[in-house]
Ligand binder design. Structure first.
Ligand SMILES: NC(=O)c1ccc[n+]([C@@H]2O[C@H](COP(=O)([O-])OP(=O)(O)OC[C@H]3O[C@@H](n4cnc5c(N)ncnc54)[C@H](OP(=O)(O)O)[C@@H]3O)[C@@H](O)[C@H]2O)c1
Length: 321
């Protein structure tokens, strides 16, 4: 009788090779995105950092090259807060196909006043959700040209307790920075799930996966000078927090797994093992409110209107709209 060999457990320190594949990481110059880029560079893949700051991108690339001999890393200028720049940013990638994009870049404001992008959208909703929504449209031909590409959207645990207000997506009536941030991440997660639903209905080879990093603190993150420098005082001061949360190197693990693990499927949610806050990446049940297809479809339509882009040509329309 033929025996099926069990799938080996995922090892964050022993990633499968990905030679010949091309991955784009938005906000790859800092924080979690930097570590996603560093870890993926070690697989032999070509890794492109999407960054709004060329100096920071150069610094990040130098750090990756110093740690990963032979790393194939490069950068493109990408500002998600400027929707009109995204088509040209994708053209400047100058590639034939894209095997995965990690929608990682994000902005989180702690205090008022409410700010807007150059397009007049609330800054967090406009950058985190609308920027990635529009970017996906321009990337779709390159993703479709790969054999089995993935769109990996970085959500947040902060979105678990939030609900969307479709009448005030831009927080014009009621602006509370933490809530607006959480809702922008929730919008991204709805998008990730809805995108996969539409890709499946269109028979696409592209899959969309949602991940979140748990709680990821700079003070628990190993130094990568000059990209990130952790002082001894910061490290010692953060030791108790390590019981609950983790560093940004570990916050990168769910996204890296979602890019590389053949067992990961579209429409799934992946996050850290321990209370969704820290630890090895594992699959989580989709949060209840994320399974609402009507709300997701309404958000999709509104996002098409607000960005002036129509993803439907690539990702298909489905029954409920
Ligand atoms: N850290 C956490 O505990 C945590 C928890 C849940 C979810 N997340 C999510 O994880 C992702 C990364 O978080 P992080 O903690 O690593 O944040 P971070 O250290 O502040 O890094 C954010 C990255 O996004 C980039 N970015 C911001 N606005 C941009 C724009 N308009 N265009 C292009 N890039 C832009 C930043 O570029 P600059 O360097 O130029 O500013 C930077 O590279 C975010 O999506 C965040 O919402 C983080």
């Amino acid at each position: 009788m033929a025996s099926t060999s069990p799938t080996p457990p995922w090892n964050v320190d022993q990633l499968p090779r990905a030679d010949g594949r091309v991955f784009l990481i938005t906000g790859g110059n800092a924080g979690i995105g930097y570590f996603v880029a560093e870890q993926l560079s070690a697989t032999g893949a070509t890794v492109v950092l999407g960054s709004r700051n060329p100096v920071k991108a150069e610094t990040a690339m130098a750090s990756i090259r110093a740690r990963v001999p032979g790393a194939r890393v490069r950068a493109v200028r990408l500002d998600l807060a400027d929707l009109s720049s995204l088509e040209a940013a994708v053209e400047s990638l100058n590639i034939e196909h894209l095997d995965a994009v990690v929608h990682n870049a994000g902005v989180a404001l702690d205090n008022p006043p409410r700010e807007e992008t150059s397009d007049g959208h609330e800054l967090m909703f406009g950058t985190n959700h609308l920027g990635h929504f529009a970017l996906t449209r321009w990337l779709m031909p390159l993703l479709s040209a790969a054999p089995a590409a993935r769109v990996v959207t970085m959500g947040s645990f902060a979105a678990k307790s939030e609900r969307l207000d479709l009448d005030d997506l831009q927080s014009r009536k009621d602006y509370r920075p933490k809530r607006t941030y959480g809702r922008s991440k929730l919008a991204q997660m709805y998008f990730g799930v809805e995108l996969d639903r539409r890709l499946r209905s269109a028979g696409s080879t592209v899959a969309s996966v949602v991940v979140h990093p748990g709680g990821a603190l700079d003070s628990l993150t190993p130094s990568r000078p000059p990209v990130h420098v952790r002082t001894t005082a910061a490290r010692l001061g953060a030791a108790p927090a390590a019981l609950l949360v983790q560093g940004k190197h570990a916050g990168a693990w769910p996204a890296v797994r979602a890019v590389l693990d053949p067992a990961v499927r579209g429409g799934q949610l992946w996050g850290p093992r321990h209370f969704g806050l820290r630890g090895e990446p594992r699959r989580e049940p989709l949060w209840n409110h994320l399974t609402d297809p009507t709300l997701a479809a309404q958000l999709w339509d509104t996002s098409c209107d607000l960005t002036g882009t129509d993803l439907s040509a690539f990702a298909g329309r489905i029954g409920h709209i």
